[in-house]
Design a protein around this ligand. Structure first.
Ligand code: CUA
Length: 330
């Protein structure tokens, strides 16, 4: 089972920016229940398939007896076999239906949670609001969340535009984000780690570039992270970063992005207050380095065609300064 899980998790590792992404490599309680259901259904189906194939092969190769003689006995035997097969089919299908119904009814709907995060899906990025004071809330981030291990986390799911689906396979099942409606999903993991998730509902051109990272920390680590996120952005200390900040405020950047502690307060794009602390940019598109920040700002439409970020004309010097500034927003 472990080996199967590790083979499948290779797909998660290949999909970039690290992190486990496999429903078979389950580290969350909800995900483990779903994984057991997967193995139950696959196991039962395998047994049925082997039995049917066995009978088929046996009937192809068995010796034919002389016909007619015992027609009535053969008829009765056939009737019995068919009746047993139908009964077994009904029992097995009912069993799997009830098992899957019970799992989907119970998984991720526990009432209590220690932490609530409001998730708003956009074409094509994730907005996360840690809105409640419990466990240190009161800030917004994008495409990457931290959670404390051993705690139930409730995500309130909503959408700004079309239907998306929140899916972190190693932690929980999928849940849609539907415009005008709020869905709830509760999950929990006891193991620190980096878990990759992605949008699991086709939502347009860049659906495949709508990843998210969930980082499970021990509680002190999580609280440190939350405290740092709640703080306003640091005032840049070096000359390049200061110049980059002034470019950011002067050009269109500040109209769409918020950097808390500065005049930038746009709400169209992701909150960039601590963008430098994130692992990736562009919702899992690129690793977060100064080079990729510069590449993204220089030409977002080539890297991720159709997204809402316009090309802001900058000189190469301004581009360099802006990336230094953003890299420093940790
Ligand atoms: Cu959002 Cu697919």
């Amino acid at each position: 089972m472990k080996r199967a899980a590790s083979i499948f998790s290779v797909f998660g590792l290949l999909s970039g920016c690290g992190g486990i992404q496999s429903a078979l490599n389950a580290d969350g309680h909800a995900a483990a229940t779903l994984r057991d259901l997967i193995f139950l259904i696959v196991g039962v189906s395998l047994v049925v398939w082997l039995a049917v194939s066995g009978v088929l092969i046996w009937s192809l190769f068995r010796r034919r007896r002389t016909p007619v003689q015992n027609e009535q006995a053969t008829q009765r035997r056939l009737q019995l076999v068919v009746t047993i097969a139908v009964a077994m089919t009904v029992v097995i299908i009912s069993w799997l239906t009830v098992a899957s119904f019970r799992v989907t009814r119970t998984v991720g709907f526990d009432d209590d949670a220690d932490l609530t995060i409001r998730v708003r899906a956009h074409q094509w990025w994730w907005q996360f609001d840690y809105e409640e004071a419990g466990l240190g809330g009161g800030f917004q981030t994008a495409n990457e969340i931290h959670i404390p291990v051993g705690r139930n986390v409730r995500v309130k799911l909503e959408s700004a535009d079309v239907i998306h689906s929140f899916w972190v396979p190693s932690l929980a099942g999928k849940m849609d984000l539907v415009p005008g409606r709020e869905n709830i999903l509760i999950f929990r993991t006891d193991r620190p780690g980096v878990y990759r998730g992605q949008c699991a509902e086709f939502c347009g051109l860049q659906h495949s570039h709508m990843a998210l990272m969930v980082i499970a920390d021990d509680e002190p680590g999580y609280l440190r992270w939350a405290k740092a996120q709640r703080a306003d952005a640091d005032t840049p200390q070096n000359v390049d970063a200061q110049a980059g900040m002034s470019v950011f405020m002067r050009k269109q950047c500040a109209a769409c992005h918020t950097i808390r502690g500065t005049p930038a307060s746009g709400v169209t794009g992701p909150d960039l207050t601590h963008v430098g602390s994130r692992r990736t940019i562009g919702a899992g598109l690129l690793e977060n380095t100064r080079g990729s920040l510069a590449a993204w700002v220089a030409d977002p439409q080539t890297l991720k065609p159709g997204n809402n970020m316009p090309l802001v004309p900058l000189s190469s010097e301004e581009l360099r300064q802006v990336s230094v500034y953003m890299e420093g927003l940790e």
